[in-house]
Every structure is written in structure tokens, then in C-alpha cells.
Ligand binder design. Structure first.
Ligand code: PHE
Length: 346
């Protein structure tokens, strides 16, 4: 009797295992797994019922049957976990598939900006000047009356001040936005002894009325070469050399007399496209691109250079003007309007 009961319990356990494993295989989701757990492994589940029956066995049989039931519990628990894992895995796979990125698609190209034409032309000119042996230096955009005018031989009551209508800084009688890059000449010469061979690019500001060839803010490059024996021939040679380098053979230049208080003699340089007197480009007109001259002895004296020993030449060129002619820009205002069609053209 005792043995029969024992065998019966083991058989029940055996059947339970077969049935449970079959059911487990058929489960299709995690929710059903939970139901399965309650049904077989829960507190009132089928396995618990079998464990209850242990009590009815004779004591000497209980240990063996108990081990069998424990083994069954272990089997069902592991198999259930494995099943749950497989659902979790499938779910993860599905999510990854749904979120999949096609990394073989070509990326969206980042649009690169380009340098503004003024910057390009400034760099182009600087490169030329560096090849001609000049050093690039800079000076402040806010200047004192002394550097902008006085040291350049333009005293307070000098009529030439009319040529540079200035923006003064509110509340600072003595400070203004530089009207040209020439004040940098004085600053450089104060700091160095000759030979001085520099170019100074930078913004300049004038209270001019704006028109096709004038802007209140514009760019200049100042050139200064002071040494023993610098003559007008150096000035002429340097100017024609860089103009030809910058414009190529298709342009021609001419010198026209002018007046600046800080140079003597002084001149302007005009450039036009060759043959443009026959065509309508810029109305066939010459465009003034720079002012120049031999450094006035008064300026050299101001920085304690002996004019008997040293001579030099200086020039200030208009970057916009030079660019207009080379790139066929008819109106200086186009440089500052930031029209994408204009910016992208260069
Ligand atoms: N500073 C002058 C101007 O802006 C140009 C210039 C520079 C002339 C150097 C002579 C020498 O008009």
C-alpha cells in the first residue's frame, strides 16, 4: 500500500512534468507564462498539491519522493525561465529591427560657407606683398586724433581734414574711428628702427555719403617701406609689380598727381580693364584704387627718423575698389548686403 502510493506519486509527478513541458512549449507570450507559473508552481498549484501528498507517504519513502518533486520543481522553473528569456530576446530583436538605421545611406552633406570676397581679396593681396618681402601687421580701429591726423602732418585746423569726415566717439573728443590705415604707419615707425617694410590691412570708417563707389565702412591695406635710399623708383616698381600680379595682363594702370599731407610727392593710381575705353564695362572709366607717395619728411621727423638718412614710400589701397574691378562688381554696396547669390558666386 505504502509502495503503491509512493509509485503513484512518482507517476503523477512524471505525468505532470510531461504535460507541463508540452504546455510550456505551446506558450506564445510572457503573459501566458505567468498563467503557467500560477497553474503549476503557484502556492496552490499542481506541484504544491503533489507536495501535500508527501504527508500521506510512509516516512521512509518521503525523502526519495521529496527529492523527485524538488527535481521536478527545478526543471519547471528553469524551463519557464528559459521560455521567458526567449520571449524577451524576441521582443528585443523586434525592437532593434524596428529601430534599425540604414548606415549605408549616404549622409546629408554639411553646407560649407566660404570666405567673403573682401577677405579673399585681402588674403590674395597679403600673399603678394609677403612675396615682395613685406610683413603683415595690424593697428587699432579706434584711433586718437594724434595718430589719425596730427602725426600724419594734418594739424587741427588743416583744410585737408575735410577729406576725412570722421566718426568721433561720443564723449571722447580725442577718439575716432580711423579714417584710413595710415595711422598704423606712425605706430610701426615709433616701435621700430628702419628698415621698415610692412603692410597693414584693416577696416576704415568715413562719414561719406554712400554711393556706388563709397561706403562708410571699407577696407584698406596700407603699405610702408622706409630705409636708406628708398626712391620713387621703388614706389613705382612695387606698385606696378603687385598690380600686374593681382590683375594679370588684362589691365592697365596709370599714375595721376594728387595731394596728401603725409606724402610728397603724392599720387593716385587708376586701373582699368585693357580695351575698356572701347567697351561699356565701368563705362570704360579708370577706377582709383590707391593713394601713394614718398613719406613726407615731417612724418619721419615725428617718429625720430632722420629724413636726411632715411626715405620711404607709403600707399593706401582700397580693397573693395580693387575687388570691384577684378571681379566685375559694379556697386560697392553689394559687398555688405549679404545676398546669398552674391556670396555664393565667389
Ligand atoms: N591714407 C590715404 C587715404 O586714405 C591714402 C594714402 C596712404 C596716401 C599712404 C598716401 C600714402 O586716402
Amino acid at each position: 500500500m505504502a509502495t503503491a502510493q509512493h509509485d503513484g506519486l512518482l507517476q503523477k509527478a512524471q505525468r505532470l512534468e510531461e504535460q507541463a513541458l508540452r504546455e510550456l512549449k505551446a506558450l506564445s507570450n510572457a503573459q501566458l507564462c505567468e498563467e503557467f507559473r500560477v497553474k503549476y508552481l503557484g502556492r496552490k498549484g499542481q506541484l504544491a498539491q503533489l507536495l501535500d501528498e508527501l504527508k500521506t507517504l510512509p516516512p521512509e519513502r518521503r525523502a526519495e519522493a521529496g527529492r523527485a518533486l524538488n527535481a521536478l520543481k527545478e526543471t519547471l522553473t528553469t524551463e519557464l525561465e528559459r521560455r521567458l528569456d526567449s520571449f524577451a530576446h524576441a521582443e528585443r530583436e523586434a525592437r532593434l529591427r524596428a529601430e534599425a538605421l540604414d548606415i549605408t545611406l549616404p549622409g546629408r552633406r554639411q553646407k560649407l560657407g566660404s570666405l567673403h570676397l573682401i577677405t579673399q581679396v585681402t588674403k590674395e593681396l597679403e600673399d603678394i606683398f609677403v612675396r615682395l618681402g613685406f610683413e603683415v601687421v595690424t593697428g587699432p580701429e579706434v584711433e586718437t586724433d594724434y595718430y589719425n591726423f596730427e602725426a600724419l602732418n594734418i594739424p587741427k585746423d588743416h583744410p585737408a581734414r575735410d577729406d576725412w569726415d570722421s566718426f568721433y566717439l561720443d564723449g571722447f573728443e580725442d577718439l575716432l574711428l580711423r579714417t584710413h590705415t595710415s595711422p598704423a604707419q606712425v605706430r610701426v615707425m615709433q616701435q621700430r628702427r628702419p628698415p621698415v617694410k610692412v603692410v597693414v590691412p584693416g577696416k576704415c570708417f568715413r562719414r561719406d555719403a554712400t554711393d556706388a563707389t563709397h561706403s562708410m565702412v571699407f577696407h584698406q591695406i596700407e603699405m610702408l617701406w622706409v630705409d636708406k635710399g628708398i626712391s620713387f623708383a621703388h614706389l613705382k616698381g612695387t606698385i606696378f609689380a603687385f598690380i600686374e600680379e593681382f590683375y594679370g595682363k588684362g589691365f592697365e594702370a596709370r599714375f595721376v598727381g594728387d595731394y596728401f599731407p603725409f606724402t610728397e610727392p603724392s599720387l593716385q593710381v587708376h586701373v582699368r580693364r585693357k580695351g575698356s575705353e572701347l567697351r561699356t564695362h565701368h563705362g570704360g572709366r579708370w577706377l582709383e584704387i590707391l593713394g601713394a607717395g614718398m613719406v613726407d619728411p615731417a612724418v619721419l621727423q615725428e617718429v625720430d627718423y632722420d629724413p636726411e638718412e632715411y626715405t620711404g614710400f607709403a600707399l593706401g589701397l582700397g580693397v573693395e575698389r580693387m575687388a570691384m574691378l577684378k571681379y566685375g562688381v559694379d556697386d560697392i554696396r553689394t559687398f555688405y548686403q549679404n545676398d546669398m547669390r552674391f556670396l555664393e558666386a565667389f
